[in-house]
Design a protein around this ligand. Structure first.
Ligand code: HAM
Length: 421
């Protein structure tokens, strides 16, 4: 029979790596809670319309990357390709805006996009992210960027990362700019790639995203969006720049940064890493002041970001962080079937006192169990054989120092507490 394997573009996270995930998750939780952000968890699948209405019908994500199917009752469902839309849906549905004028939320979890898999790009991947609802002011943008900055710093990634910042302006500005850009590109249309020609019709700003040298050259003298900012767009960006400078967060203004989702207004940003190769975006986000209303809520400004956890872990792998946390503290060697109830009982008492304890459910010989104990990385072994059982005692062995002694069973937990204090 053919062995069933995982689906292309998905990955197993094995025990040898899961501790790295836990480390990243705990940094994210820590930093977010220091900024007063609370966790939100939403379902992995949603009605398809949620994503087409928010991310945009013409985006790559919605037009070609979603895993969509018809449920038995005919509803079109989709595995979430991003989390902002789901969080906004939940924000509206549970009237979170009514509970407090500012909502500060963070999340972590898997997402699904049917992209061509490569290093740092998968079909099932994971993001952590934050979303803040309620403030249209630039200090909120600054706070969101500061959260990203803190997490990157704590992960030791700040040195190799650049913050690219842009404002794509309000709707009014974007309309005027879109026309100007189209006028500029129009005479050169036949020189553009097929993708860019499509974008010219659906979303001309995305042409700025091109990586093709030829197209970049062509765009060299293209009009800049900053020339189309309203006064409000301009002051918003200037204030944000001041706030970032006040926090010593360096940034590069990149007028070509437009991002691939339709809901953005004004501020957009990305942290790009020099450690990642082609898929160098560690984290991306921006302001989406119209999105809550588009999805049927009361007009509420919002801003957030999401980061690719796999990409963080690839970059973090370049550092030697090591895992010094032992998997096991005590290996319980039981040599007599009659000793099993006592083994299970004493192991639990030790676990209640905070020790990591394993025993051998294969009933192997003393020699094999001690070999296994050494392999497990345990610092200590407890040995319960027939003699010990008769004496209400237990053998203790320090596997590092090789010392051993016999202790009373009633003293086991005290003994370990004293040993480690
Ligand atoms: P995004 O730029 O589509 O934004 O994704 C954010 C990050 O997710 C990327 O910078 C990248 O690190 C990671 N990522 C995206 N696709 C993949 C993939 N196929 N494999 C591995 N990693 C990937 C959003 O998702 C927005 N919801 C961000 C946001 C939140 N904007 C406002 N709030």
């Amino acid at each position: 029979m053919n062995q069933i394997r995982n689906i292309k573009g998905t990955h197993d996270i094995l025990p040898e790596n899961s501790h790295k995930w836990q480390e990243l998750e705990s940094i994210v939780k820590n930093v977010c809670s220091r900024f007063g952000y609370q966790e939100i968890r939403t379902p992995i699948f949603e009605e398809t319309g949620l994503f087409s209405r928010s991310v945009g019908e013409e985006t790559d994500i919605v037009s070609k990357e979603m895993y969509t199917w018809e449920d038995r009752d005919g509803t079109s469902l989709t595995l979430r390709p991003e989390l902002t839309a789901s969080v906004v849906r939940s924000f509206i549905q549970h009237n979170l805006g009514g509970q407090s004028p500012i909502q500060r939320l963070f999340y972590m979890g898997p997402l699904f996009r049917r992209e061509r898999p490569q290093k740092g790009r998968q079909r099932q991947f994971h993001q952590f992210g934050v979303e803040a609802f309620g403030s249209a002011n630039p200090e909120q943008d600054a706070e969101i960027i500061a959260i990203a900055w803190h997490i990157l710093s704590q992960c030791g990634l700040i040195e190799n990362t650049v913050l690219n910042l842009n404002s794509i302006g309000s709707g009014e500005c974007r309309n005027a700019y879109r026309n100007a850009l189209k006028d500029y590109i129009s005479p050169h249309l036949d020189q553009l790639s097929e993708t860019s020609q499509k974008r010219f019709i659906n979303n001309p700003l995305r042409i700025l995203d091109t990586k093709s040298e030829r197209e970049l050259d062509l765009l060299k003298d293209a009009p800049k969006i900053s020339n189309y900012y309203t006064e409000d767009d301009d002051t918003h960006l200037e204030s944000l720049k001041n706030f970032l400078e006040a926090m010593n967060i360096p940034f590069t203004i990149n007028h070509r940064l437009v991002r691939g989702l339709d809901y953005y207004t004004k501020t957009v940003f990305e942290f790009n890493s020099s450690q990642l190769g082609a898929q160098d975006a560690m984290l991306g986000g921006g302001r989406y002041d119209g999105l809550v209303e588009v999805l049927g809520g009361r007009p509420t400004p919002g801003i957030g970001f999401a980061a690719g956890m796999e990409r963080f872990l690839i970059a973090m792998d370049d550092q030697d962080r090591g895992n010094n946390d032992p998997i096991v503290d005590i290996y319980f060697v039981c040599l007599d079937e009659k000793g099993l109830p006592r083994t299970l009982q004493l192991s639990n008492e030790l676990r209640n006192n905070g020790f990591k304890v394993i025993f051998d459910p294969l009933r192997r010989s003393m020699k094999s169990q001690l070999r296994d104990a050494n392999r497990s990385g345990a610092r200590f072994a407890l040995i319960l054989g027939e003699t010990e059982m008769n004496d209400n005692a237990i053998g203790f062995k320090d596997l590092k120092q090789g010392t051993q002694k016999t202790i009373a069973q009633s003293e086991v937990t005290n003994f370990f507490d004293n040993l480690t204090n």
